[in-house]
Design a binder for this molecule. Structure first.
Ligand SMILES: [Zn+2]
Length: 360
């Protein structure tokens, strides 16, 4: 498994910040030009870019940096192709991928805890002080985790940051525990078939206010991370979630599959927030040695978990006119999610694409 820790570079002096900015600026210009070349010549293969494709591009970057940017350009066009997008990728984020030839982290002796050594445009390294923090310490100087060779230098409206990646071998899925279904929503972020509920109950006004905030993405992401961490995985062997990865946002030519998403849209859990929550759940499962499985989402909120008939959903309550079952609507859905997994009988390690379900 791979985890990210971010260091702020905002303690750097003004002069150093200018040097970093200049590097990022020149790098991005070069990166976009290489992307244009690769795209125009349909070069979407290989693992590195032969120099002949970029040697004509004028830039003040060193040869090493050019090589590095060319590699990033190739990765970007390849990923664009993979997603079957027809348009040339345009760089929007100031984010550059570097490896240990350009960046190293050293432990400091004085007031600042760490020094980041970064090669800038002239080729000479500069030293930038950075502070330790809890999340970084969890991985750094921890023999379980190995730092990856590549890192990411970013500029945002909050300043300059360095993302460092740490790697650890995934542990075996545990033997104890059962299958538990999980229903994601927003009023209650997650309801589990074993009765656990995490995420504050929000009303419609609160949700609307949350989404209208200027930094709503950050606030909602934080909320998702903080709340999902509260799930107790002790008695869970397999966590079953609805797989919405293949469900498109309901617009354009393929609007039909989007219908399935309407349930989430109604509950104001935006498409991106759902994916954020799912990614966080995948990480938590990995850390707790729990298997994660995805099932087809169709109809899990409508069927009665006791008898399978179509029930009636009234706000947060579910009532079955056939057998008289009454339940919390999200809990009923979570039980259906769990049972769909059990009836499919796919216990044991799932293939890598286990979250892909056939559409329709
Ligand atoms: Zn029923």
């Amino acid at each position: 498994m791979i985890r990210r820790a971010t260091l702020s570079l905002n303690e750097a002096t003004g002069e150093k910040k200018v040097a970093i900015d200049l590097l990022i600026q020149q790098y991005l210009i070069f990166l976009q030009k290489v992307i244009n070349t690769l795209w125009n010549h349909k070069l979407f293969f290989g693992t590195f870019v032969p120099k002949k494709w970029y040697k004509e591009i004028k830039s003040s970057l060193t040869e090493r940096y050019k090589q590095c940017a060319a590699k990033q350009a190739l990765a970007i066009v390849k990923s664009q192709r993979k997603r079957e997008k027809k348009t040339k990728p345009i760089i929007h984020n100031a984010s550059i991928e570097l490896d240990s030839r350009f960046v190293t982290i050293e432990q400091g002796k004085n007031s600042f805890d760490l020094w980041i050594k970064l090669a800038v445009l002239g080729g000479e390294p500069i030293y930038i002080p950075a502070k330790w923090h809890y999340h970084f310490n969890k991985f750094f100087n921890n023999s379980d985790w190995t730092p990856k060779k590549s890192c990411r230098l970013r500029r945002t409206d909050k300043g300059l940051f360095l993302d460092i990646f740490f790697e650890k071998e995934a542990e075996q899925i545990k033997e104890a525990g059962g299958a538990v279904g999980l229903d994601l929503g927003f009023r209650k972020l997650a309801v589990l078939s074993d009765g656990q509920i995490v995420g504050k109950e929000l009303n419609k006004e609160e949700i609307t206010r949350l989404y209208n905030r200027k930094n709503s993405h950050l606030v909602i992401s934080e909320l998702i991370n903080r709340e999902l961490k509260k799930i107790d995985f002790n008695n869970i062997k397999t966590l079953v979630v609805e797989d919405l990865k293949n469900v498109k946002k309901g617009k354009g030519r393929k609007a039909k599959p989007g219908k399935r998403f309407s349930r989430y849209a109604n509950r104001l859990l935006a498409h991106w927030a759902y994916h954020r929550a799912l990614t966080k759940l995948e990480m938590l499962c990995e850390e707790n040695r729990v298997q994660i499985a995805g099932v087809n989402p169709g109809g899990t909120s409508k069927a009665c978990n006791k008898c399978g008939s179509k029930g009636i959903r009234r706000d947060e309550r579910f009532v079955c006119p056939t057998c008289g079952n009454k339940d919390d609507a999200d809990h009923n859905a979570a039980c259906n999610i769990r049972d769909r997994f059990i009836s499919q009988g796919v216990y044991g390690p799932l293939p890598e694409n286990h979250l892909d379900v056939p559409s329709g």
